[in-house]
Write a protein that binds this ligand. Structure first.
Ligand code: HEM
Length: 465
């Protein structure tokens, strides 16, 4: 009898599961949709996506081709792994392919966060941002501050065991605070730091706004951060001294003032700068240190480049824009790191109307995951793609302008912080490799999906060079 009940139970569970899966497929069986599977009601294929990561994407592509449908992270989604089509999607926001980042994330980052706006407001916010972080501003105002910051951030490490993940995360946040408002390491930055970490955690957690959840903490952190930033802005308005930082440019120069941003927009713009440059710059720096450690020949060539730059300078002399511009091998190391580690796996877009693509119809409100990871390992574009080979970027100058080069995105949302991020990482590497040698302590684990991180950090023993 007991066996019969158990068998009946199993049959019942299997029948319910099969019914739910079938029902979910039928629900999305609209004419013209790309092929693919939708998984479970509500959860879709999120578990498979998060657990199997790139392998899930590859196995679905093997079954359905470069454009297929699925349901992940709470939304019906089309995954696009076709390089040409990916570029088309990024270039055609005006045709209804707007940013598709989760609303829960945008709620924490603010309604004027650049990923939350489009059309003329996006143009205004982006214009104001480019005036703050573009090459002219770096050359004329920001470079000396970046140099001063990295010099002191990487001071006195001889004999220490440091977690390079922590060190680079701290670097990416603190350098932004210095460039934005001259905020040095101290009480204000120490108060800002934990709030910002909570905010970041909130943007990538399940959107359950209940006391005790990371999402809820993220919201609270946003409140504290916006009030701190508003206070800093008010103080700055009342001073007449020139500080040569982004706040000065934002509040006092005609070029940005013409954009006539409200205070709420200014706060969200500043938060966008800090947030967008945080994980990208820190993870790229961490992974560059890791790859250089594992590839002594590349490290040797990088050191040579930086010692050439130091030639004729005293230890106190800063490096300037021209020095940065001469760092060709460093740039190649950064690009190769971005490619190999795939710091950015993909970009999210959403259809604001029904869209036709490759003969399929993507319904309004569906998300499109512009998946760029695979093209980073394309053996035709990057021979021996799993080898860390920075020289490839020097041998083939066309790689940077190739349509598959989407390390910084493309189209109207091409990363406006590309040059600033590259400058920060280059100056970080300059002081790290000219001052120290380092070796990894232990075999710290690295996770590459859904984002690149070392769950227990990467510990390195540092000694003077
Ligand atoms: C290694 C460093 C960096 C990488 C790999 C990187 C990568 C990217 C990518 C792939 C996008 C496109 C997103 C999309 O189309 O949805 C993007 C956009 C953006 N990035 Fe970066 N980024 C880096 C550094 C920075 C820095 C330092 C800042 C600011 C200080 C910044 C600010 C932004 C902003 C504001 C956008 C949105 C632009 C828009 O929507 O118009 N990024 N970045």
């Amino acid at each position: 009898m007991g066996v019969l009940v158990a068998v009946f139970g199993v049959v019942l569970v299997l029948s319910v599961c099969s019914f739910l899966l079938k029902w979910n497929e039928v629900r999305y069986r609209k004419k013209g949709l790309p092929p693919g599977t939708m998984g479970w009601p509500l959860f879709g294929e999120t578990t498979e996506f998060l657990k199997q990561g790139p392998n899930f994407m590859k196995s679905q592509r093997a079954r359905y081709g470069n454009l297929y449908k699925t349901h992940i992270l709470g939304c019906p989604t089309v995954i696009c792994m076709d390089p040409e089509l990916n570029r088309y999607i990024l270039m055609n926001e005006g045709k209804g392919l707007i940013p598709g980042y989760p609303q829960s994330m945008l709620d924490i980052l603010g309604k004027y966060n650049i990923a939350a706006v489009h059309g003329s407001l996006h143009k205004t916010m982006r214009g104001a941002m480019l005036a703050l972080i573009g090459p002219t501003m770096i050359r004329e105002q920001l470079m000396p501050k970046i140099d001063e910051f990295m010099r002191s951030h990487l001071h006195n490490l001889n004999g220490e065991i440091i977690d390079i993940q922590d060190k680079t995360k701290e670097m990416a946040l603190l350098v932004s605070l210095k460039l934005i408002g001259g905020i040095e390491s101290g009480l204000l930055s120490e108060t800002f730091k934990p709030e910002f970490y909570r905010l970041v955690e909130g943007t990538i957690s399940l959107p359950i706004d209940l006391p005790g959840t990371n999402y809820h903490h993220g919201f609270q952190a946003r409140k504290k951060i916006t009030s701190m930033l508003s206070e800093i802005i008010n103080e700055r308005r009342n001073t007449s001294t020139a500080c040569g930082d982004m706040l000065d440019a934002l509040l006092k120069t005609d070029e940005v003032a013409r954009a006539k941003l409200t205070d709420e927009q200014i706060v969200d713009l500043i938060l966008t700068i800090i947030y967008s440059g945080y994980e990208t710059v820190s993870t790229t720096s961490m992974m560059a240190v890791k790859y250089l450690h594992d590839n002594p020949k590349a490290l040797e060539e990088l050191r040579e480049e930086h010692f050439m730059i130091r030639k004729g300078k005293s230890p106190e002399d800063p490096i300037d824009w021209n020095d940065y511009k001469s760092m060709n091998f460093t740039r190649a190391v950064i690009y190769e790191t971005l490619r190999m580690a795939t710091i950015v796996n993909g970009l999210l877009r959403k259809t604001s109307q029904d869209m036709e693509m490759k003969g399929y119809v993507i319904p309004e409100g569906w998300r499109i995951y512009v998946y760029i990871r695979e093209s980073n390992y394309d053996p035709f574009l990057y021979p021996e793609p799993l080898t860390f080979n920075p020289w490839r970027w020097l041998q083939d100058k066309d790689l940077e302008s190739h349509q598959c080069f989407l390390l910084f995105g493309g189209g109207g949302r091409l990363c406006p912080g590309k040059e600033l991020g590259t400058t920060e990482i280059s100056v970080f590497l300059h002081y790290f490799v000219t001052r120290y040698r380092w070796e990894e302590v232990g075999n710290d684990k690295l996770v590459k999906f859904p984002r690149v991180e070392a769950p227990n950090g990467i510990r390195v023993r540092v000694s003077d060079y």
